[in-house]
Design a binder for this molecule. Structure first.
Ligand code: NDP
Length: 254
């Protein structure tokens, strides 16, 4: 179907060097986009770039620290000037601190909020003039089922992921005039480096996830390829400000 075609589009994916970000980046590359994945750890990027280039298109890595306003501005500006445009931004970089709220330090709070939420504003601001000039664009944020549900050990994380949904809605309203659509995906429990850490730290998590998820499995990064293509392509031109669970049914089961 032509409306899903991303040939000639330039995409920038924060945290695209592994996990869910790479799953989305692979979908975009398979649909024809040129994809720049960005993160701090260049060593993780080699395997990611190999997977992306196997789809036949161009792919590159950019060093980025999303907690730095300057880094977001400079890196996105460089990508836009190198390729002459920027059509798709995926705000996916994320981190978590797992502890009881009474033990969370101010520094930990700021680290999670800055990485997961403030970064999405900074990167969107850096991308906006390029998208507006080109007559449109697509921004996809990675939220979480913790955008709508809560646990007793993830207050900063849940706050950041709730916030990113409201940020997306606000940008969707503000930038509809520029033909920029802004949406959020809400992953359930997905098998990645981040959730492997959680499984080590939280006893019984694996069993609880399997018991509660109607699909009866952990999600995989490749489960995100399809939704990324949809939200990055003309197929979703009338979809904006929404938050879509990709969770095997986790949030619909009592
Ligand atoms: P990963 O640990 O594989 O991915 C996290 C990514 O974020 C890494 O690529 C990392 O790259 C990047 N990152 C972290 N901090 C920074 C920073 N300061 N600057 C730039 N990049 C940074 O885990 P996931 O794939 O699971 O996580 C991806 C997103 O999905 C996150 O937003 C997470 O909150 C969300 N999510 C994950 C769920 C899960 O079950 N796995 C469930 C719900 C949401 P690098 O280390 O190179 O900087």
């Amino acid at each position: 179907m032509k409306s899903f075609d991303l040939t000639g589009r330039i995409a920038f994916v924060t945290g695209g060097n592994g996990g869910i970000g790479l799953g989305m980046a692979e979908g975009l590359a398979a649909a024809g986009a040129t994809v720049v994945i960005a993160g701090r750890d260049k060593s993780k990027a080699e395997a990611a770039l190999k997977a992306l280039r196997a789809h036949g298109g161009e792919a590159d890595f950019a060093t980025l620290d999303v907690v730095s306003e300057q880094s977001c501005k400079d890196t996105i500006g460089q990508v836009a000037s190198r390729f002459g445009r920027l059509d798709i931004l995926i705000n996916n970089a994320g981190t978590s601190v797992r502890k009881a709220p009474e033990q969370v330090t101010a520094a930990e709070w700021h680290q999670v909020i800055d990485t997961n939420l403030t970064s999405a504003l900074l990167c969107s601001q850096a991308a906006y003039p390029h998208m507006a000039k080109a007559g449109g664009g697509k921004i996809i944020n990675t939220g979480s089922v913790m955008s709508i549900l809560a646990s007793g050990w993830s207050a900063p994380y849940a706050a950041s992921k709730g916030g990113i949904v409201q940020l997306a809605r606000s940008l969707a309203v503000a930038w509809a005039k520029d033909n920029i659509q802004v949406n959020t995906i809400l992953p359930g429990w997905i098998d990645t480096d981040m959730s492997r850490g959680a499984r080590k730290q939280v006893e019984g998590l694996d069993e609880r996830v399997l018991a509660r998820t109607p699909a009866a499995r952990w999600g995989k990064p490749e489960d995100f390829a399809g939704i990324a293509v949809f939200l990055a392509s003309a197929a979703s031109d009338f979809v904006t400000g929404t938050a879509i669970p990709i969770d095997g049914g986790y949030t619909v089961q009592m």
